[in-house]
Write a protein that binds this ligand. Sequence first.
Ligand code: B4P
Length: 191
Amino acid sequence: MLNIVLFGPPGAGKGTQSERLIAKYDLVHLSTGDIFRSNIKGETDLGKLAKSYMDQGQLVPDSVTIDMLRSEVLKHENTNGFIFDGFPRTNAQAEALDAFLDSLNTSITLMVALEVEENELKTRLMKRAEVSGRADDANPEVIANRIAVYNNETAPVKSFYQNQNKFVAIDGIGSIDDITLRIFSAIDPHL
Ligand code: B4P
């Protein structure tokens, strides 16, 4: 199986690039952000809980996120692999994912980390706010908090995969097509 963690700060291009990767490698796309947003839209209990955190730019608690991710993986028995988009976002999530994949006799192949500097992230998210309708994109204070949470809680997850020699950094500035080609070049040797 090919199991890719697509990593990066808010607005780095994870969602955008995921679409290209699932098309090329025929993978299942699991975006924890998308799953939370669809629960918010459906007004489920999970959605109500997630919304209270997401609207502030905070992470949804690990236990909730990990349980949700596990049940989503189990829905896809016969797949070539997964793109984990926006997950793991904490070391506890990374450890839980490793243990869970191990129980399924598989593992993470590679973490692909998109690197984009802060001002560019803010510009992209403010621009997306014009069309996304997302409360967490529209407010500069919430955006700043999401970036701070990324720096404090999520960026350390890089070391988790660096220690396993499964980490590659990709320059996330440039045209969407160019960035896609950079990611393909990083993944192809692992096929
Ligand atoms: P996500 O849905 O993961 O939100 P994101 O990080 O903002 O999205 P993404 O990074 O995919 O956006 P993209 O770059 O594609 O998470 C939202 C919230 O959900 C979190 O804050 C948290 O509360 C919660 N959550 C999610 N996962 C969680 C977890 N594991 N644990 C706990 N909580 C969790 O797009 C950004 C914009 O940039 C787009 O408009 C795009 O068009 C543009 N863009 C992309 N590439 C570009 C390029 N090369 N040049 C210019 N613009 C570009």
